[in-house]
Structure formats: structure tokens, C-alpha cells
Design a protein around this ligand. Structure first.
Ligand SMILES: [Mg+2]
Length: 444
């Protein structure tokens, strides 16, 4: 192994050469969707006279619920919105599809399903979605048990490489979450597969990380070692609570001698009950800085982790659920799958509003309970983007939010706000100052 290995295949954290083939995501089956009209959501686009029914190339609009345009009156209203507005509007509309309970007094949603009805598998991030540190996110065990009982496949997809799938499944089971080791897919497994495809079978690999990495490497026929003197072909780094200066030094020495440098994930932080702690992306900067070599990253948002999860579940139409825009949601968008952002972890409502296009989710919900509620309805009317009694518009370069008596759920306000903001900024991103005052009125 020479230094060239790092130059050729390891210099970009966004490239995974040996797994860079065409996505193996199964074609995303589009389920039948509810075509009932919702009069209050059928407002037309004042600039086109049409309902905004533009297809979204990333998120097929029929994937769930009755989002924008589902009540399109007829051919006369099928005028295409102007270029530039459509894609952003479609993505923006999609953001509002996550469920919230209808306001009191609204017609009973007897024929309306839940957000989950449109998907056959959930690819779930763990930290900040299912648990925070050792504790379950409130309501998560119940929501996932209910999903499993309905026959939806669950896969737990984590960038955390410090623990084995068995240990993670045990933790989940103790929290009341249905899980077996085979349901857990870790970035350690993705990293081990990446390394196994890039070095000769049986090669020594220096593990700067925990037992999860060691086990995953052995499963791929590689030999975990602990010192640079053992001439490892690769150095693999994953988060480990007891990571030492001595082991980091071995990693630096090995990489400087030409070993291939692979990081299980690039998360700069990880959420815990105490707050944000340093993640593997921060810890791997030590070797990267001291050795002058950037690692190849195996975990989210790189495709291998989600791809393996989809294959393992046999999913035809998976929903990727996460709390981070730059890993979970970005990874879903790269895989061409729908995504649900839950606000129980890292990402805040402000983060969602100001997200760049690659980081914008299909759905937003407060927590996993949103899986079992009807998909939110959102539409573009004369006054702006409407969801659950909230109307969001963009005036003089700033977000504006108005509400009527039907506005009971501030999450609907956020969905409308995202729709308006994303449509306004298109392929750019909003500045905090443009949205902060309006967002404050939601009290989220
Ligand atoms: Mg997370």
C-alpha cells in the first residue's frame, strides 16, 4: 500500500470509489393516493392561474397524502407554473406532507390514511430520532412498535460505529423498540465493506475506534490491528468514548506511511442527553491534520449505508427518517428516496427553513408520532402557501406568517413557512434574518 492509495481514492470525503456504481435503490413504487379534494387547499397560483401541481424530480408528489395539486380541478387548470418556481415549489409542497391532526370540528378523516401508509419500510436514524444517549425519545418506542405491527419493515441505520449491531439491538429492545441485530446497519459495516473492496483479503487494518469496527472488519475477512508497526493496509476510524492519544498517534504514523485512511462517518457532533458532543468527523480531524490526508467517509450522507439498508429490507418504497439535514436528509436525497425530518435531535426549525436544496426533507414532523397521523395538506393560494390554517408568504425579502382560527398546530405553520421560503429562494438558501421574526411567532 502506498501513499498513492490515499491520493487516488482517499482524498475526497465525498467519493466512495469502490461503491460508486449506479444506485441500487429499487425503483420507488408510487402507491395509489387519495384524490379527494380539499376545497380550502385548492387555491390557485396567482401568477399562473393554475394549481401548483408541478412534479418534483426528487420526491414524487403521489408518494403520500394529498399534497399540493391533488385536488386539481381539471385540464383548464393544468397550465405549467413558470420554470424555476416548479421544482422549488414541488419540494416546498412536499415538506408539508408530514402529518398533523386535523383541527377540531374538521370533517372526520375516515377515508384518510396516515403518512406511513405510503411506505413499506422505515430506514431510521437512531441518535436524536429513536434515542438520545441511553434514553428513548418520548413516544418513539410506541410509534415504532405500531409500525412493526402493521407490517412495515424497520431498519436502524446509524453513523455511530462504536457499538456492534447486537449491542445496539439489545439497547433498542431494552427501550421497548422492536429490533434484532439483523435490523441494524452501522457505518462500521459500511466502512468495513469499503475497505474490504479496496485492500487484499486478510489485510491488517488499524482500528482507531471501538468493537463495532473490529467485528465488522473480521466479518469481511480483514485482520484488525492496533499499531502502525503491524503495517496496516488501511486505517479505519470510528467514534469510541475511550479513544486515546496513543491510538490516534498510531493512526497518524500508519497514514503517513501510506495506509488508506477511511472514516466510518463525518458527523462533527452527536446529540446526547447532555447536549452536542464531538462526533467522528471532529475526532478524525486529528489524523487528517497531522498526516495531511483527508479520509474517505463511508457513512451518511454517502450512499452505501442507505443502499445496504434498502437491500436488506427489500424495500420498494422506503422512507428515510432522520434528525440531521446534512447526513440523513442529504443521504435520502442522494438515494432518491423520500425523507422525514423529526425535530427531536440536531436540526431546528430554523435549520429546515434555511436549508439548501440538497438538505430539504420531504416531510417534517415533531417526532415519530407523525408517522401515524394523516399527511399534512399544503397548497399555494392567492395569499401564499397554506397549511392547517397558516399562510406563509414572502414579502420584501422576508418571510411572513399569518394564521386563522383553524391554525392549531405550529408544525403546520413551519411546513407552510418552508414551502414559501424554499419557493422564494429556489436553489439558494434563506438567511436567518429573513425568516427569524416570522418563525418566532410559531413558538417552536
Ligand atoms: Mg441522528
Amino acid at each position: 500500500m502506498t501513499r498513492d492509495h490515499n491520493r487516488i481514492t482517499g482524498m475526497s470525503s465525498s467519493v466512495t470509489p469502490s461503491l460508486a456504481g449506479p444506485p441500487s435503490v429499487p425503483s420507488l413504487a408510487v402507491p395509489a393516493h387519495d384524490t379527494r379534494t380539499v376545497p380550502s387547499m385548492n387555491a390557485t397560483n396567482p401568477s399562473t392561474g393554475s394549481v401548483d401541481a408541478a412534479p418534483d424530480p426528487v420526491h414524487p408528489p403521489a408518494a403520500s397524502g394529498t399534497p399540493i395539486g391533488s385536488g386539481a380541478p381539471g385540464p383548464a387548470d393544468a397550465t405549467a407554473p413558470p420554470p424555476g418556481e416548479t421544482a422549488a415549489a414541488g419540494r416546498a409542497a412536499a415538506a408539508g406532507r408530514a402529518g398533523s391532526a386535523p383541527p377540531e370540528g374538521a370533517p372526520a378523516p375516515a377515508a384518510e390514511g396516515t403518512l406511513l401508509d405510503s411506505y413499506d419500510a422505515l430506514l431510521l436514524d437512531l441518535d436524536g430520532v429513536v434515542y438520545l444517549g441511553r434514553r428513548a425519545v418520548p413516544g418513539a418506542p410506541e410509534a415504532l412498535t405500531k409500525a412493526a405491527e402493521r407490517g412495515v419493515r424497520l431498519a436502524y441505520v446509524t453513523n455511530n460505529a462504536s457499538r456492534t449491531p447486537g449491542a445496539i439491538a439489545e439497547h433498542l429492545t431494552a427501550l421497548g423498540v422492536p429490533a434484532t441485530p439483523g435490523d441494524v446497519v452501522t457505518s462500521a459495516q459500511a466502512a468495513a465493506r469499503l475497505v474490504a473492496e479496496g485492500v487484499p483479503p486478510g489485510s491488517p487494518v488499524l482500528v482507531v475506534g471501538g468493537m463495532g469496527l473490529r467485528q465488522a472488519l473480521r466479518a469481511h475477512g480483514l485482520r484488525p490491528v492496533s499499531t502502525a508497526a503491524e503495517e496496516p493496509a488501511a486505517v479505519v476510524q470510528g467514534i469510541a468514548p475511550d479513544l486515546s492519544y496513543a491510538l490516534l498517534s498510531e493512526g497518524v504514523l500508519a497514514v503517513r506511511r501510506g495506509a488508506w485512511f477511511v472514516a466510518a462517518n463525518g458527523d462533527t457532533t452527536m446529540p446526547t442527553a447532555r447536549g452536542e458532543l464531538p462526533g467522528n468527523g471532529s475526532m478524525s480531524r486529528v489524523i487528517a491534520t497531522a498526516a495531511g490526508v483527508e479520509p474517505v467517509v463511508a457513512g451518511k450522507p454517502e450512499p452505501p449505508l442507505h443502499r445496504e439498508s434498502i437491500l436488506r429490507t427489500g424495500a420498494r418504497n422506503p422512507l428515510i427518517v432522520g434528525d440531521r439535514l446534512d447526513t440523513d436528509i442529504a443521504g435520502a436525497n442522494r438515494a432518491g428516496a423520500d425523507s422525514l425530518l423529526v425535530l427531536t435531535g440536531v436540526a431546528t426549525p430554523l435549520d429546515a427553513l434555511t436549508a439548501i436544496p440538497a438538505h430539504r426533507p420531504t416531510h417534517i414532523a415533531a417526532d415519530l408520532g407523525g408517522l401515524h397521523r394523516p399527511p399534512a395538506r399544503i397548497a399555494h393560494g392567492p395569499e401564499g402557501w397554506i397549511c392547517g390554517g397558516w399562510t406563509a408568504s414572502w414579502e420584501d425579502g422576508r418571510l411572513r406568517l399569518d394564521r386563522d382560527a383553524a391554525a392549531t398546530d405550529p408544525l403546520d405553520g413551519l411546513r407552510a413557512a418552508c414551502a414559501a421560503t424554499w419557493a422564494a429562494v429556489g436553489d439558494g438558501r434563506a438567511e436567518d434574518d429573513q425568516v427569524k421574526n416570522a418563525l418566532a411567532t410559531l413558538g417552536l
